[in-house]
Design a protein around this ligand. Sequence first.
Ligand code: ADP
Length: 370
Amino acid sequence: MDEVLNDLPCGFICFDDDGMILATNRTLDQMLEYDDGSLRGRRIDDILAAGGKIYYQTHFFPSLKLQGRMQEIYLKMRTRSGRTLPVLSNAVRHTSTTAAARTECVFMRMTQREQYEDEILRAKQAAEMANDARAKFVSMMSHELRTPLQSILGYAELLESETSGKLTQTQTEDVRSIKSAAEGLARLLTDILNFARVESGQTSFQLTRVRVRDAVSRAEALLRLRIEAAGLSYIQPDIPAEASVQADDYRLQQILLNVLTNALKFTSPGGEISVWCRRRDGFVLINVSDTGCGIAEQDMDKIFAPFVQLKRVSLDERSPGVGLGLAISRDLARAMRGDLTVTSQPGKGSTFTIQLPAAETVGGEAVAAA
Ligand code: ADP
C-alpha cells in the first residue's frame, strides 16, 4: 500500500461484497490494535462491535449497494482487545463488469467528540440540579425570613401607634428606622423571590389585550407624589387610545413601575420624565425617557444582569434597590414575547424601551398582531 495512504490521519479499509477484508492502512491496523497488514483475509464483522454489526447488515451495506456511497455514518468498531471504538465513516462502492465489486471506506475516530458530548451532558445535568437547588433554597429562605420580618414590622407599627404608651421624640425616630429597615428587607425578599420565579420559568402569565395609555396612567398615578417630591416634571405625549399590547397586565405594571422608579431615582431635581409610544413591525414600543445621569456605553449590558448596580448613587433613598429590577423586568418582557432595551447618553439621560407584541381586536377578541 502506498505510504501516503498508510499514514493518513484516518483508518482506511477495502472489502468485497462478502465482507472479506482486502486491504487496510496502517492507521486502521493501529486504531484496532492489529499488526500491520494482519487484518487482510479477515471479515468486516470481526472489527465491528455488536450494534455496529447489526447496523452494517441491516442498513449500511444494503444502502451502500443501492446508492453506491454512504457519508458520515456513525458506527461502533471493536478493537482486538474488545474495546468499543466510535467512528464516523464515509464509503464508496466500486462496481465494474470485469472485476468483483469492492468498497473503500475511511473511518474517523470520534472518541474525543463522545467525551466532549458526555462532559457537556454531565455539565448540563449539574447546572440543572444546581438551578433547582437554588430555586428551592431561595423560595424557602424567603418564606422563612418573611414571617419574623412581618412580626418586626407589626410590632414597630404597634409601637408607632402609641397604643402601648406614648413615645419620646427619639423613640419615635428609632421605631421609624426599624420600620424602614424592615420594609427595605421585605422589598429585597420580594425581589429575590420574583427573580427566582421568573428565572426558573415558574411565573405564570395571563395574556390579554392591555391598553398602553391605561397601563401607563396607572403606573404614573402610583408614582405621582414621588415624582413631584423629587422636583421632576412628568409628560406623556398623547398615547393613542387604540395602542394596545398583548401582555399580562400585572407584569406590565411591574415593568413600568420599575423603569419609572429608576428614572425617578437617577434624575436630578428640575429634570423631566416622559413616556411615549409608537408601533413598529407588529410591536408596540413604550419608551420611558429621563433627563438623568445616563449610562455609559460599556455599562449598558451590565445593568440587565442580576445584582448589578453602577457606582452612581440613587437620588431617592426610599427605594435603594439591589440591582434586580431590570433583570426581572427584562425576563418578564421576554417571557411575553417582547424585550426591554436601553439607549443612553451619559450626563444627558436614558430611554428604556419596553417592546411588546401589538394586540388588535377581531370581533371583540384580543389577538396578537402578526
Ligand atoms: P436597582 O434600581 O435596584 O439598583 P435595577 O436593576 O433596576 O436595580 O438597575 C440597575 C442599575 O442600572 C441601577 O443601579 C443604575 O445604576 C442603572 N440604572 C437603571 N435605570 C437607570 C436610569 N434611568 N438612569 C441611569 N442609570 C440607571
